[in-house]
Write a protein of this length. Structure first.
Length: 654
């Protein structure tokens, strides 16, 4: 192809940012076209359309300006159809709905620094997308470049575009080089084996036919988002490992999807499932089925990461069933998972992943869990991400030293950089010590590797919100609610965002859903939540007082977590009551590694110069961590001078 490597699509109001991208991409060795290179006398439409058609990748710069541009939307649509859309977010915004599921590089923070880890991951993804090596000499910038921001398309998403720096600790600088070198190839590995998606058979008239079409389109979108290259069954591909097939049924006002995954080399079905709901919720049925399909294939992908390990169809089916059972978080399912993985390690004693997953299911047998972790890591550390995860969970419970916990994670990330839940754990830990910007990077990376995983989505939403990005938090949790509408954690996070946000009345619509999907939610807790929201809406002092009393009682009875209650009391104008909860929790938990990320969100800012805040930070082990690492929370140096932070910490430690 004689056209440019990259066509850059942007809105005129973002011209300065577009030039920044064009210059940097040209310096990375790409040939770039953007409309600033049009010469006098050239016809805009003709030249632009030719460049768009001949380019190898289209980088769309999404911003509040570009989402309202018909030109940018049209160029993005054309690029998506041609499977060469690589979008980037340059300012927080809600993308057009048809591009919501397309992985998008988060470059809102990028200031032109080509050594920035997120930028480098984005560039690596572009190179993979267009098949260009990093050894290409840097050409003279004869034509500017265009960038649609780094993640691939629905058919081939770019995990590298969202990959983030491991940590910025001095201790971790040695880790970072290995981390990125090993993770930069994740996207290519994940899309080596395509998945064929069939047109589902339809039984039941027009509603069934519509559901069949919706199911195919939704499966392609979600599988593409999860890193799989999808092909129609009518387009045979010798490299394809699996095919998704099924039937859509509509009858009596209800719809049902029967889906199955076929292992193409053997011709055997390795997973099947049935999904049903009212006809009005047909879209949700398609999403639910597609998410389970994606997670099932992820279980296989994790198991097959070990070099030289070939799985028979019965082993693939077992990994899928065991992985899905592990994700259900119930004692019954955990017992089922344990039995499955015990059988797998007997059949496949050389499988690191089988030993690792068995370790995860051995919650009540720490000695056996340790044994299985050690076996997994000895077999193949790079394939034993789940083993490192299990080790961290186990050792964290016995260790309140946050620096030591992080050392465990850094070692795990060095060994198994492609296991997404390790990045999620580092996001969690960095958030808990107030390093929210770095935490965001790890959550973005984890989400890029496993975009359908609800724990990762929940953690990313919380971290975005605490970082002062409520729009990105809502975007993340909306996706998780779409994928997992009946999970209490997703609905609770949606409620929290509304309740603490600018439109608390919307939280009242979520409460009945929480009551339905969270059987552990007590009437007292639900009542306290409702009173809090109504007090925020009314602003009445009497309502605030009643809500604060209800929240304090719910905490006393063990019905509400302090992580929600303390910020709620601050919003109700009750900071002393919030400190009372923190003091009580510190005394009760006795430095057992409490969850502390809530301390660093915007709501708690009024408390952060109060000595009582620092007393709790000391009791929770946070001050020890900051002194050990020599890195202080993000708010030190911005809202509170760093010297003041250190002085307050020193007083509480004296």
């Amino acid at each position: 192809m004689s056209g440019p490597d990259i066509f850059l699509s942007y809105n005129r109001a973002d011209a300065a940012r577009a030039k920044q991208f064009a210059d940097a991409l040209a310096a990375e060795g790409f040939s770039v076209w953007w409309d600033a290179t049009l010469r006098s006398g050239e016809t805009y439409d003709t030249v632009t359309e030719r460049a768009l058609e001949e380019s190898r990748a289209v980088v769309v710069l999404w911003s509040p300006n570009s989402i309202n541009s018909r030109w940018v939307r049209a160029e993005a649509t054309e690029a998506d159809r041609a499977h060469k859309l690589v979008p980037a977010m340059i300012a927080p915004c809600k993308r057009p709905i048809m591009f919501e599921l397309t992985q998008t590089a988060e470059l809102s923070h990028w200031n032109g620094d080509r050594s920035d880890a997120v930028w480098q991951a984005f560039v690596s993804d572009l190179r993979r997308h267009i098949g260009k090596s990093g050894d290409t000499p840097i050409p003279a910038p004869t034509s500017p470049t265009s960038d649609n921001g780094g993640g691939g398309t629905r058919h081939r998403t770019g995990r590298g575009a969202m990959a983030i720096a491991a940590v910025s600790l001095a201790l971790a600088l040695l880790v970072a080089g290995v981390y990125f070198l090993r993770s930069s190839g994740a996207s290519a590995k994940l899309t080596e084996q395509p998945v064929q998606v069939a047109t589902f058979a339809a039984e039941g008239g027009p509603a069934a036919a519509l559901l069949a079409t919706t199911m195919k389109n939704t499966a392609q979108e979600i599988l593409g988002d999860a890193g799989y290259r999808t092909l129609p069954v009518e387009q045979p591909d010798g490299d394809a490992g699996f095919a998704l097939k099924g039937t859509a049924v509509a009858t009596g006002g209800r719809v049902r999807v029967f889906a199955q995954i076929e292992h193409l080399p053997s011709g055997e079905t390795v997973w099947s499932g049935q999904f049903e709901d009212a006809e009005a919720n047909a879209d949700l049925v398609a999403v639910a089925a597609s998410v389970v399909v994606a997670e099932s294939l992820n279980a296989v992908r994790d198991a097959e990461k070990q070099d030289g390990l070939k799985l028979a169809s019965k082993d693939i089916a077992a990994f899928i069933e065991g992985g899905n059972a592990t994700a259900m978080f119930s004692s019954e399912k955990e017992g089922r998972a344990r039995r499955i993985f015990e059988e797998l390690v007997r059949r496949l004693p050389g499988s690191a992943h089988a030993h690792a997953m068995l370790a995860l299911s051995l919650n009540d047998e720490p000695a056996r869990r340790t044994e299985e972790i050690e076996k997994a890591i000895a077999l193949d550390p790079a394939a034993a991400g789940a083993a490192f995860d299990a080790r961290y969970i186990m050792e964290r419970g016995n260790n309140a030293d946050l620096a030591k916990q992080e050392d465990l994670l850094l070692d795990a990330l060095r060994q198994a950089p492609e296991f997404p839940f390790l990045s999620m754990r580092e996001c969690n830990l960095l958030g808990a010590v107030g390093r929210l910007e770095e935490a965001r990077e790890h959550c973005v990376r984890a989400m890029a590797m496993r975009p359908t995983a609800s724990p990762i989505g929940w953690r990313k939403s919380l971290t975005e919100d605490l970082s002062g990005n409520p729009g990105l938090a809502r975007e993340t949790i909306d996706r998780m609610v779409r994928y997992h509408p009946d999970l209490p954690s997703t609905q609770s996070e949606l409620f929290r965002l509304y309740a603490f946000g600018d439109d608390p009345a919307k939280a009242l619509d979520v409460l009945p859903v929480i009551a339905r999907v969270a059987p552990d939610a007590t009437p007292g807790e639900l009542s306290a939540l409702e009173q809090f929201v109504r007090a925020r809406i009314s602003g009445s002092a009497a309502d605030k007082s009643r809500a604060a009393s209800a929240i304090a009682e719910a905490v006393r009875l063990g019905q509400m977590q302090v992580e929600f209650a303390a910020p709620a009391l601050v919003l109700l104008g009750q900071p002393d009551a919030a400190f009372g909860l923190l003091d009580a929790r510190a005394a009760k938990q006795a430095r057992s590694a409490p969850i502390t990320a809530f301390l660093f969100g915007p709501t708690m800012a009024p408390l952060r110069q109060d000595p009582r805040f620092w007393r709790f930070a000391t009791q929770a082990g946070l001050v020890d961590y900051w002194n050990t690492r020599g890195v202080w929370p993000d708010f030190c140096g911005t809202e509170v001078p760093l010297a003041r932070c250190k002085a307050l910490a020193a007083v509480t430690q004296a």
